[in-house]
Design a protein around this ligand. Structure first.
Ligand code: SF4
Length: 197
C-alpha cells in the first residue's frame, strides 16, 4: 500500500476501507459541507496518518467545505488544517488519535458533531439502522453480532467484528495484521487496503 494512494479525489471512494467512525465523518462532511472543530481534528489527523499530504489535505477540505467563499475558508478553516500538520501555533506535529483517545474524548454534543466512536455514542437501534443502511454484512446475523458486542460495551470488539464481516475469508486475514484493529482507526484502514491487494 502506497501512502500516495490517498489523494483529494479518492478519499470519498475509500470509505469502505474506513472504520465506522471515519466513515461517519465522511458522510457528515458530505452532508453538512463542513466539519466542526473536533471532527476536523479527528478526521484530519486520520487522513494525515493515512498518507494525505498537507497540500492535498488543504485541497480536499476546501473542496469539501463547498458552501463558503474562498475568503471564509482561508480566514476560518485553513488554519486548523495547517495546525494539524504542525504548521501553525506551537508547530507540533500531531499524530492520529487512537481508539481510546477517541472513545474517551469530548462526546458529540451538537447536531453538526460527527466525531467520536459510533459504537460508544450510538444506541443499538441507531447503530443497527446505520449498519443496515451501509449494507454491512451479508446477513442480519452479521449485523446482530456487531450490535451484541456494542450492547455489552465491547466497542473495540464490535469494531473488529465489523472488519471481519467486511473482509471474509480467514485465510486471507492470516497474512494481514488485525492486531490493532479496534485500537487504532488507521490500523483498520491499512489492513482493509492490504486485504484488497
Ligand atoms: Fe473508530 Fe476505534 Fe470506534 Fe472503531 S473502535 S469505530 S476505529 S474509534
Amino acid at each position: 500500500f502506497q501512502a500516495s494512494m490517498v489523494t483529494p479525489g479518492n478519499v470519498p471512494k475509500l470509505v469502505q476501507h474506513m472504520p465506522l467512525c471515519m466513515r461517519t465523518m465522511q458522510t457528515g462532511l458530505q452532508k453538512d459541507k463542513k466539519l466542526r472543530y473536533h471532527g476536523r481534528l479527528q478526521y484530519g489527523l486520520f487522513l494525515k496518518g493515512a498518507g494525505l499530504s498537507l497540500e492535498d489535505a488543504l485541497v480536499f477540505f476546501q473542496r469539501s467545505f463547498s458552501n463558503m467563499t474562498a475568503e471564509q475558508w482561508q480566514k476560518e478553516y485553513s488554519y486548523s488544517i495547517r495546525h494539524t500538520y504542525g504548521k501553525e501555533g506551537q508547530k507540533k506535529s500531531k499524530s492520529a488519535y487512537n481508539c481510546s483517545g477517541i472513545i474517551n474524548s469530548q462526546p458529540p454534543s451538537h447536531p453538526g458533531d460527527h466525531h467520536g466512536c459510533p459504537y460508544k455514542e450510538y444506541d443499538s437501534d441507531k447503530l443497527s439502522k446505520l449498519l443496515q443502511s451501509l449494507k454491512i454484512g451479508s446477513t442480519p446475523g452479521d449485523r446482530q453480532a456487531i450490535v451484541n458486542l456494542q450492547k455489552s460495551k465491547h466497542y473495540n470488539l464490535a469494531c473488529l467484528e465489523h472488519f471481519k464481516v467486511m473482509h471474509p475469508n480467514q485465510e486471507a486475514l492470516k497474512d494481514i495484521s488485525v492486531d490493532n484493529i479496534g485500537n487504532h482507526p488507521n490500523a483498520w484502514f491499512r489492513a482493509s487496503l492490504a486485504y484488497k491487494e
